[in-house]
Design a protein around this ligand. Structure first.
Ligand SMILES: C[S@@+](CC[C@H](N)C(=O)[O-])C[C@H]1O[C@@H](n2cnc3c(N)ncnc32)[C@H](O)[C@@H]1O
Ligand SMILES: Nc1nc2[nH]cc(C(=O)O)c2c(=O)[nH]1
Ligand code: SF4
Ligand SMILES: [Mg+2]
Length: 224
């Protein structure tokens, strides 16, 4: 049976975060996340309301963020890329929390067509994806949903991208890296909600630890 995914948004833009910043990318945003980060910038993806299903045409025509979602297979999505004349060759699967479902069939389909894949995940669900998929883990410590970071997610990560606003967030990250024995992965700090204090803290902490800064470039230049 063909797997269908719950999709909140599908659009083409420039990756604004982490190691692939600047890369033209097709974004696929899955519906549903139980993790409950108080500062989450995509709260419209949290609930899966069966009464809010829309067609793929309405999905592509969304003018603003909403809790509406479409049910699409990998092949449906490829047809939409063609319909939209997307030229990006990199696909970012985000959410919501994409790792609540098995992403392997999705990434396999895309990779068989020559696309490269990346997922953005909180590290609180087992990561099921293709071997070559680039995995960005943005670990979520002590969030309302009560989920824990999985060691398997920390080990699978190709990069760790940690949102920060306070010293506590930095301490949480250091403890996590030490607990999971992470010594050789690229670490990015991402200031929460473009706040000046958070940005200053991230800059200072990156310099002290030889980590990298990820500012959400798309928000500064006003693209999706
Ligand atoms: C919206 S999440 C979706 C994917 C997944 N649930 C996760 O948390 O990684 C995508 C990225 O945005 C980051 N993020 C969410 N809200 C943010 C905010 N207000 N400021 C900075 N980064 C934020 C997350 O930490 C994550 O790296
Ligand atoms: N341009 C752009 N880059 C992004 N990188 C990660 C995003 C996300 O919401 O997961 C995101 C997003 O929403 N837009
Ligand atoms: S895990 Fe990701 S999508 Fe879920 S609440 Fe946190 S930032 Fe938002
Ligand atoms: Mg975003």
């Amino acid at each position: 049976m063909t797997v269908k995914y719950k999709i909140n948004e599908l659009f083409q833009t420039i990756q604004g975060e982490g190691a692939f910043t600047g890369q033209p990318s097709i974004f696929i945003r899955l519906q549903g996340c139980p993790v409950g980060c108080s500062w989450c910038d995509t709260k419209h993806t949290w609930e899966i309301d069966p009464s809010l299903v829309i067609s793929s045409t309405d999905l592509l025509n969304k003018k603003q963020e909403s809790e509406h979602w479409s049910q699409l297979s990998a092949d449906d999505m490829v047809k939409l890329f063609k319909l939209q004349n997307y030229s990006a060759r990199h696909i970012v699967i985000t959410g919501g929390e994409p790792c609540m479902v098995d992403l392997t069939p999705l990434c396999d389909t895309f990779e068989s067509l020559g696309y490269s894949c990346q997922i953005e995940t909180s590290g609180t669900f087992e990561i099921k994806t293709s071997k070559n998929c680039w995995v960005t883990v943005s670990p979520k410590v002590n969030m309302k949903g009560g989920y824990a970071i999985l060691n398997s997610a920390m080990q699978r990560a190709n990069e760790i991208k940690h949102p920060v606003a306070t010293e506590q967030h930095v301490d949480d990250l250091k403890a996590l890296l030490s607990e999971h024995n992470i010594t050789d992965k690229p670490i990015y700090l991402q200031p929460i909600s473009q706040k000046q204090r958070a940005t200053e803290l991230a800059i200072q902490t990156c310099i002290e630890n030889n980590w990298r800064l990820s500012i959400q470039v798309h928000k500064y230049i006003g693209i999706e």
